[in-house]
Design a protein around this ligand. Structure first.
Ligand SMILES: [Zn+2]
Length: 278
């Protein structure tokens, strides 16, 4: 049985602000250790339920956060930033289930720890097919496009509520509760990781009861950027419509083909956010 794991960092046990998740900052190295422990707990639980093949895709910041030599040796690891499918790089139809570990609430989710959507400096809001989505919702739709159900998500209580609404039947572990965007009331990591291990086992045992999100015949994405210049430069991409000063719309039949365009839009928006240096 094959398992795909996308691992973000803001929703890892014991982590509460940017200091813990940005390379070079005071809490980062310890944050990496906690992240690796959370992933390993999920892998152990999944293996107890019969998973034999595990692919972990780094999904935070520079996408080099896992302590490579401390990762469970059964897992393969995709490490590095420039990936057309971003947080879902490596998924395909051969996987039986997906886990999202260390995820966080969408931009604007009240009091969710470090709530944002993909690129906090650029994105105010993302709508997929008329519904606002965070990273978990978007990535679950991508998994669905490959026929893979997302069966376990870990993060804060706000993230758990968000995914329980968006992914029917998903198992969750709330490792902390956001008091505000930079303050959390957390379980001890050892307690949280034991919960992750147990829920991972249950989620895999029941993976056939969680349906992949349905494939849509056409997909529409609307991105509200933080500034007008970001939307302006992105609107030059063929097929992209500028809806208002900060918002663009893009449509594609196949979500799998849309995601690399979305990634290119984000890279362009970053560039469009500031004067070029020549
Ligand atoms: Zn992240």
């Amino acid at each position: 049985m094959k398992l795909f794991i996308s691992v973000d960092m803001e929703g890892i046990s014991g982590i509460n602000d940017w200091d813990d998740v940005i390379p070079g900052k005071r809490g980062y190295e310890f944050g990496r250790k906690l992240l690796t422990q959370d992933v390993n707990a999920a892998i152990e639980g999944a293996m107890e339920a019969g998973v034999t093949d595990i692919l972990v895709n780094e999904s935070h910041g520079p996408m080099k956060n896992v302590l490579v030599d401390e990762l469970h040796p059964k897992a393969r690891l995709i490490r590095g930033f420039f990936k057309p499918m971003c947080m879902m790089q490596g998924i395909d139809e051969s996987f039986d289930a997906a886990f999202f570990i260390g995820y966080h609430g969408m931009a604007g989710a009240a009091n969710a720890v470090m709530n944002h959507t993909l690129l906090g400096s650029c994105i105010q809001r993302v709508m997929l097919n008329g519904k606002e989505v965070g990273e978990a919702g978007l990535n679950a739709a991508i998994a669905g496009a490959y026929g893979v159900p997302v069966v376990l998500v870990t993060g804060d209580t706000q993230t758990a509520a968000e995914v329980e609404e968006g992914i029917p039947g998903v198992y969750t572990v709330a490792v902390k509760e956001g008091i505000n965007a930079f303050t959390a009331n957390s379980l001890h990591p050892s307690v949280a990781q034991e919960m992750i291990r147990k829920q991972a086992k249950i989620a895999i045992e029941n993976h056939k009861n969680v349906r992949p999100l349905p494939v849509q015949p056409t997909n529409t994405i609307e991105i509200e950027f933080k500034s007008t210049n970001m939307a302006f430069v992105v609107s030059w991409i063929p097929g992209t419509e500028l809806l208002d000063g900060r918002t663009i719309r893009y449509q594609a039949n196949d979500l799998k083909a849309m995601i690399p365009v979305f990634q290119a839009m984000l890279l362009l928006a970053v560039q469009g956010s500031k004067p070029l240096e020549f």
